[in-house]
Design a protein around this ligand. Structure first.
Ligand SMILES: [Zn+2]
Length: 423
């Protein structure tokens, strides 16, 4: 099911795409990554005889509110109803979640009398830590197969998409929350205004909202173009986030920079009229940094596209040289972001023979489009490749530690982003 783009009429009478937040016409390209299949759809051997649908990965920046965004090409139901991503598989991510839980419990005095709601709660990976501290929780997760795992773990979970409708229903049942959190979900929301309005409705008058999402400033600085994929409709600076929350009667009172996903923000919000929280200097300071980087002007978004092209040339050049020299190259990981990287760079099985992944759901399947096979991590020890390309480069330290044994046969690691490095 292909969702049609929202069209607006311009002054000249021509139709064009409209900004997901402010409705202004979208004309300015941020980067055009060509055509790519949906990144979280891993074909099984039986699927290989069928065609795959490719969608454009053309990213625009709104010249009015500076929201960087993709058009929505595929309905959210189709993308997320049988999602293969299980958060619980990354050790460093779990540590991150537990320390978040500790911090929130202390800072906002959460306990048995409180109520925490997570939007897009996945397999309950985060809420389980609140549960261990006896804080009542509710998860909201649209992917039924993932939500089922959460419920089995004892994390109450509603299988639904979040928006104003569900928020009103929960609030009417007295299930409004002291803490509402959304990790890596804001980017995936097709109807941004309805979602943010829903967050406000779900908050108790003095409730706190935290949102984590990849920071656009770092995406640009660190050249993280492979974090752009169809499932991520929007890319946020703090500047634009503050504007979006304000439009829905919410204020940002604090912000933290995190190292997750190549540089993320954790934004703290509350109702605009809530005087409990002073706006911390960190908010003003980070907005000033974004302005210095040019994110408050359309021209500030111009250089990214060239930087992306240069990375492609370097990576392809490295792999071609290695293959010509008779070296073997394998991948590590099958994250969503690898689809963008491999497609945009035109890399197939001829350059990376196979990849491995710890998730049993991905083993025996193939990367979308390139059809690079995905095996169990033991395959690396068995085949002793000369190079291992780390596709989830954001976890490179953890992966290099786990794979130190490739040094035994002189194996080396290749990290493609921010620039190609061989270690
Ligand atoms: Zn806009």
């Amino acid at each position: 099911m292909i969702a049609s783009a929202t069209l607006v009429e311009t002054v000249s009478g021509a139709t064009t795409k409209a900004c997901r937040f402010c409705g202004a016409g979208l004309q300015r390209t941020f980067v055009d990554l060509g055509m790519s299949p949906l990144c979280e759809t891993y074909p099984s051997p039986a699927d290989l005889n069928h065609g795959e649908v490719y969608y454009p990965l053309h990213v625009y920046v709104c010249e009015k509110c500076f929201l960087v965004q993709l058009e929505q090409y595929e309905s959210a139901e189709n993308i997320f109803s049988d999602y293969l991503y299980f958060s619980s598989y990354s050790d460093s991510w779990l540590k991150h979640c537990e320390s978040y839980c500790d911090k929130m419990t202390k800072r906002f005095g959460l306990g048995r009398q409180s109520f925490v709601v997570e939007v897009a709660s996945n397999d309950g990976y985060l809420l389980q830590y609140f549960g261990q501290r006896n804080v009542p929780v509710l998860g909201i997760e649209p992917a039924a197969n993932v939500a089922k795992v959460a419920v089995e773990k004892g994390v109450p979970t509603l299988v639904q998409f979040f928006g104003t409708q569900l928020a009103k229903q929960l609030a009417a049942e007295g299930r409004d929350a002291d803490l509402v959190l959304g990790n890596n979900v804001l980017a995936q929301v097709p109807d941004l205004n309805d979602f943010v309005e829903g967050l406000k409705i779900l908050l108790k008058p003095q409730g706190v909202l935290t949102l984590e999402f990849p920071h656009l400033l770092r995406l640009i600085e660190h050249n993280e173009f492979d974090t752009i994929y169809h499932e991520h409709f929007s890319y946020f600076s703090l500047l634009t986030t503050v504007r979006i929350l304000e439009a829905h009667g919410l204020k940002v009172f604090d912000v933290e920079e995190l190292s997750t996903h190549g540089g993320s923000l954790r934004v703290y919000g509350c109702r605009a009229e809530d005087r409990t929280h002073q706006v911390e200097p960190a908010v003003r300071e980070l907005i000033a940094e974004e302005e210095r980087a040019g994110l408050g002007l359309a021209a500030g978004y111009e250089t990214f596209a060239l930087q992306v092209k240069q990375t492609k040339w370097e990576l392809v050049n490295f792999l071609l040289t290695a293959v010509r020299e008779g070296k073997s190259v394998a991948g590590y990981g099958a994250p969503g972001k690898s689809a963008t990287l491999l497609h945009y760079c035109g890399i197939g099985k001829d350059l990376i023979e196979y990849t491995v992944d710890r998730s049993p759901y991905k083993q025996g399947r193939f990367l979308p489009g390139s059809h690079i096979p995905i095996y169990h991590p033991d395959r690396i020890r068995e085949t002793k490749p000369d190079y291992v390309v780390i596709l989830p480069w954001n976890l490179k330290d953890e992966i290099m530690e786990q794979l130190q044994f490739i040094r035994e046969w002189g194996g080396r690691f290749v990290v493609p982003i921010p620039k190609v490095t061989i270690d």
